[in-house]
Design a binder for this molecule. Structure first.
Ligand SMILES: [Zn+2]
Ligand SMILES: [Zn+2]
Ligand SMILES: [Zn+2]
Length: 254
């Protein structure tokens, strides 16, 4: 299984519009962060987790031509606004795109992209073909065994995903007992770490380090970072086995 980080930034991206801070002006390419998404490739499946507003740029950068399905963590703008770009994958693959999410996320997608699902909208090249499928338990995508993990994102419950010994948990500030029970024995954990200060819907870096230490994955990578976390200096003070992810990072898992 191969994981490519397409974006590791928070909803504003880094650099942020109109900001002159050191991170936003950094020349280190690892300080440039598109909106959060990963691409998972196995022997016979290619899956996106989330489709944010940078999907077009991310697909071009990594020459992604085939996507078999999209797994959605939740319906916030930074995770779904790339759905219009699915039109290219529809054309290449000559079929609708299976889009998996919980009931709330599918409602959010139907509301945000209401014209796509309105029978009165004239059919044509302007509409992505989206097959919305509700997740209510483990699913198989080709040879990938995908297990949804319930996460708390403020007062809202969203989904993380576990595939084998890999878990992707973005946009969360609390794991309840049901989540802990699903996250033993991880080889690689990806976890939300927004910034230094606490936040009502995201783990701060200290909180994320604490959770990561308790989960005990062999390697942990943090994502969904804002400009408060410059790559190199932040990495230098993280515990062994933990690092900030960066756009373009590729992980190979056996
Ligand atoms: Zn900044
Ligand atoms: Zn969110
Ligand atoms: Zn987000």
């Amino acid at each position: 299984m191969r994981i490519t980080f397409l974006g590791t930034g928070t909803s504003h991206g880094v650099p942020m519009i109109g900001c002159d801070c050191d991170t936003c002006r950094s020349s280190d390419p690892r300080d440039t962060r598109l909106r959060p998404s990963i691409f998972v490739e196995s022997a016979d499946a290619r899956v996106l987790i989330d489709a944010g507003p940078d999907l077009r740029a991310q697909a071009l950068r990594h020459d992604i031509r085939r996507v078999d399905a999209i797994l959605f963590t939740h319906g916030h703008a930074d995770h779904i606004l790339g759905l219009d770009d699915v039109r290219r994958f529809n054309a290449i693959m000559q079929r609708g795109m299976p889009c998996y999410g919980d009931a709330q996320t599918l409602t959010d997608i139907r509301r945000t992209f209401h014209y796509v699902f309105d029978p009165a909208t004239p059919k044509g090249g302007g509409l992505p073909a989206l097959d919305l499928i509700e997740i209510d338990g483990p699913i198989g995508l080709g040879d990938l065994d995908v297990r949804p993990v319930p996460l708390w994102h403020g007062s809202r419950q969203i989904l993380g995903f576990r595939m084998g010994a890999f878990a992707y948990l973005t946009d969360c500030n609390r794991l309840d007992d049901a989540a802990w029970a699903l996250l033993g024995g991880l080889e690689v954990l990806v976890l939300d770490a927004l910034r230094i200060r606490p936040h009502p819907t995201h783990f701060s870096l200290d909180e994320a380090v604490d959770v990561a230490a308790r989960l005990g994955a062999s390697r942990t990578f943090f994502t969904h970072m804002c400009h408060d976390l410059p790559h190199e200096s932040t990495n230098a003070r993280l515990p062994p086995g933990m690092a900030l992810a960066y756009d373009g990072l590729v992980l190979e898992l056996t």
